[in-house]
Design a protein around this ligand. Structure first.
Ligand SMILES: *Cc1c(COP(=O)(O)O)cnc(C)c1O
Length: 399
């Protein structure tokens, strides 16, 4: 009898008790809106901003309604206008081109390598096409950030980082989100901190921080935020910057603060799970591990592997055989968008030239979440199941 995994790939851990207590306190107070403060109280939203700025080493942090909202706000705050072209990854999730489209700009897709990072050669070829790069650290993979910044600085390109999967990660010790001019994070349930919905944005730039704060819906109460640029900066931008409400409330901030306090420990726990799955998959015939560079401090909240140059039907068979045994793999190469996955050619509002080298890689990417509710033994079992099913289909292919 072959073993079946019984765990749930979308089951996150409960909110820490301190977070539940703090949330109850906010609800008892009735003051949920971030600017509903008593006296010189900072409030949960402001405190979260201070703590997140400190965690990332940024001058400013802004708590907002979602990761997608943080990205759109960053684009507006750096001056992207309708019709502008914005470079971004071909391998990413729908909210990334979506954020670009939401400000009326046009995504220009850059290819992906077998390391699942942005293709820096392709980026080098396309730098003339835009003034901004929305760099998505998709599935937590960081590219050579020094080379990327060299290319972008050389071409006068402003870099915004989408750190939805890299909260807690770093390249050569510099946190993800701190290489570009703005870093954007999501605190949606499936990311590294969970407030249901939510997002954060960090920057060192006074004017970008002031614009983002007003954009987020501060009215003229921006002085009550957790991290606040100098008054004269607001004087310069406040009449020119629209209010596009997307604030975070105290309830979500209250839930997040205790999670931030234990984020590093959570990252260690994710990486222990990742290591077990990676070890269990290594050496499976036909399956390529995505090797992690030494300069990368990653957070293994999900794992990817490649079935390069496999027939679509064989990949489909691996996915369905694993699913029958309780292991949910997501196939980024599937022709039809499904669940959270979709290919760049599914975003028809942003037509792109085909990228054959990237298409070959995208077609072979399989992905799996590693929620912290899985034990290390669960992870070992998952790896055994994938190994067996990949092996069975690979042999059947007569490869
Ligand atoms: C989740 C996600 C986002 C956006 O986050 P939301 O909070 O859902 O808007 C952005 N980029 C990537 C790669 C994501 O996975």
């Amino acid at each position: 009898m072959s073993e079946i995994f019984k765990g749930n790939f979308t089951q996150q851990e409960p909110i820490p008790d301190e977070g539940i207590e703090a949330a109850l306190e906010v609800m008892r107070s009735g003051r949920l809106h971030r600017y509903n403060l008593v006296g010189d109280e900072v409030g949960e939203a402001g405190l979260l901003e201070r703590e997140f700025a400190e965690y990332t080493g940024a001058k400013y942090a802004l708590a907002v309604a979602s990761g997608g909202y943080a990205m759109a706000t960053a684009l507006r705050a750096v001056g992207v206008k309708p019709g502008d072209r914005v470079l971004t990854n071909a391998f990413t999730l729908a909210p990334v081109p979506g954020a670009i489209a939401s400000v009326g700009a046009v995504p220009v897709f850059v290819g992906v390598t077998e390391s699942l990072t942005i293709d820096l050669d392709d980026l080098g070829n396309k730098v003339g096409e835009a003034k901004v790069l929305m760099l998505s650290h998709m599935r937590g993979h960081l590219c050579d950030m020094e080379r990327l910044m060299e290319i972008c600085d050389g071409a006068g390109i402003v870099v915004i980082e989408d750190c939805a999967h890299t909260m807690g990660a770093a390249w050569k010790g510099v946190p993800s989100g701190r290489w570009g001019v703005v870093g954007c994070y999501s605190t949606q349930t499936y990311k590294h901190m969970n407030s249901g919905e939510g997002g954060l944005l960090v920057t060192d730039d006074d004017e970008i921080a002031a614009r983002a704060t007003i954009l987020s819906g501060s009215y003229m109460l921006y002085g009550r935020n957790g991290t606040v640029p100098p008054d004269e900066v607001f004087e310069r931008v406040k009449y020119e910057t629209p209010n596009v409400s997307g604030r975070m409330d105290h309830l979500r901030a209250a839930i997040l603060r205790p999670q931030l306090a234990k984020l590093d420990a959570q990252c260690t726990a994710w990486n222990a799970r990742y290591a077990v799955v990676e070890e269990g998959l290594r050496g499976t015939p036909g399956l390529q591990i995505v090797e992690r560079p030494e300069s990368e401090t990653f957070v293994g909240s999900s794992i990817q592997f490649l079935l390069l140059d496999w027939e679509d039907s064989a990949i489909g068979e691996v996915v369905s055989r694993c699913l029958k045994r309780g292991v949910e793999l997501k196939w980024f190469g599937g022709a039809e968008p499904a669940g959270f996955t979709s290919r760049y050619d599914s975003w028809r509002y942003a037509p792109s030239e085909r990228m054959p080298k990237s298409d070959r890689i995208l077609r072979g990417i399989l992905d799996m979440r590693l929620p912290l509710t899985f034990s290390l033994e669960d992870c070992a079992q998952i790896a055994r199941i994938i190994r067996a099913e990949v092996g069975a289909v690979y042999q059947g292919q007569g490869a």
